[in-house]
Design a protein around this ligand. Structure first.
Ligand SMILES: [Zn+2]
Ligand SMILES: [Zn+2]
Length: 424
């Protein structure tokens, strides 16, 4: 098991004296206090490198902190270790006979899960285990897929699980102190990203992108923290669909986290199309780039995800922006890759868009929040500005393929500030 020091909790009797030392004498920043009413505690966090000090102040005599200070005096109260999987950590400790305060994790701040280990098991220190917010919150979500009626279409947001990609690469020039608030990294600096293909049900049934698929080995899963405990097949079934129901598959681009699910390996080891009746629509320029990768983009392209489509004769290459089925259009954005495209959907006067890696998560809504992975970031900026302006004006429902928590939402501009209103 790997653990990272999240914070050190210090029971404080005289806050002014504590601030005089940590803030004034040491010159550290102290964040705005957080009130935990249920515990009768006020917490003042002091960032120190990758971890924090937590100055804990009792707000009522019945507070556990007040009782602790009465008994043992002020000082070190607990340390908090962040782990990737809190249930696994508890099971491991239990198997070793460690005395636990909490046998089951309970909800903590910001969607985190926490559990305490008894000081008698930890050299006299109260140890809090913590599993970070986003992934903990995702696991707690009901498994229902979200369905949206849009004019004559039904849009069904599916999920092919989660991967962890380097947080720095995901936010390009945005400094870590800014992005880590929106996307907390794990001990290897990876942030959790979902893969959310979209089904468009109209005259025909279309699937946009197909997630990672299941052809990857254990090493790949380790590197990318792959969690497909809930996959495309599960969510297709929840939506009342099977692979045979898909008439058309459309690729925004051919990176492995979008096209991996296009093919499957059968029992004989042969790789074949995953959707047996489907035609696969791919932009010709993207096809050329994916089949002739260079050093900068090679890691993103895996030939097994798409070359077998050409061999099976189910590949449909398109050269320019066009209607794929009535009401559904592919529109090139460039930026992320030269021929990356979004899918624009329109019916009954309403619009939706599947923007893929133009804005992979809701954190990428601001203009300058552009991925370091993008080959042509300034083109991303131009395409994003154009798209956002139109999406606000037309009240477009925007689907975020990689956001771990929000499948879709509406962009708004309030007092000159761009915001996102999640769809629910
Ligand atoms: Zn991509
Ligand atoms: Zn992607």
């Amino acid at each position: 098991m790997k653990a990272v020091l999240d914070h050190v909790g210090i029971a404080v009797k005289d806050l002014a004296a504590a601030l005089a030392f940590y803030r004034d004498a040491l010159g550290l920043d102290v964040e705005a206090p957080e009130e935990v009413a249920s515990q009768h505690v006020r917490a003042h966090f002091v960032p120190v490198g990758g971890s924090k000090l937590e100055l804990l102040e009792a707000t009522a005599p019945e507070s556990a902190i007040a009782k602790y200070i009465d008994k043992r005096g002020p000082g070190l109260h607990h340390i908090t270790l962040r782990v990737a999987d809190i249930r696994a950590a508890l099971a491991q400790l239990k198997a070793r006979g460690a005395r636990l305060v909490d046998e089951e994790p309970r909800p903590g701040a910001e969607g985190a899960l926490v559990a305490f280990v008894h000081p008698s098991a930890a050299a006299g220190v109260l140890v809090e285990l913590k599993q970070s917010g986003d992934r903990a919150a995702i696991r707690g979500l009901p498994s229902a897929v979200s369905k949206v009626a849009l004019g004559n279409f039904e849009l069904v947001s599916l999920c092919d699980g989660f991967i962890g990609l380097d947080g720095g690469s995901m936010f390009g020039t945005v400094p870590k102190p800014l992005w880590e608030k929106k996307a907390p990294p794990d001990e290897r600096n990876r942030i959790t990203l979902a893969m959310r293909p979209l089904v468009v049900r109209g005259a025909r049934t279309m699937l946009i992108d197909a997630g990672l698929g299941d052809k990857d080995d254990a090493k790949f899963h380790e590197i990318y923290a792959v969690d497909r405990s809930r996959s495309l097949d599960h969510t297709l079934a929840e939506a009342g669909l099977t692979r045979e129901d898909i008439d058309l598959v459309v690729a925004t681009h051919l990176h492995f986290d979008h096209a991996g699910g296009f093919t499957v390996r059968d029992r004989s080891g042969r790789i074949r199309p995953a959707f047996p009746r489907a035609q696969y629509v791919v932009r010709r320029g993207e096809w050329e780039d994916a089949t002739h990768p260079h050093a900068r983009n090679r890691a993103s392209y895996v030939a097994d995800n798409y070359v077998p489509l050409a061999e099976a004769g189910v590949l449909l290459l398109v050269d320019e922006d066009q209607t794929i089925m009535p009401g559904v259009k592919v529109v090139r954005t460039g930026g992320h890759t030269m021929h990356h495209q979004l899918i624009a959907i329109e019916s009954g006067g309403r619009t939706a868009a599947f923007v893929a890696d133009l804005m992979p998560t809701t954190a990428h809504v601001p203009d300058a929040w552009i991925m370091g992975y993008d080959l042509y970031p300034v083109d991303t900026l131009t395409a994003k500005q154009r798209f956002v302006q139109e999406a606000i004006a037309r009240e477009t429902l925007v689907f975020f393929e990689h956001d771990p928590n929000v499948a879709a939402g509406y962009l708004r501009e309030v007092n000159g500030k761009r915001t996102l209103q999640p769809f629910s």
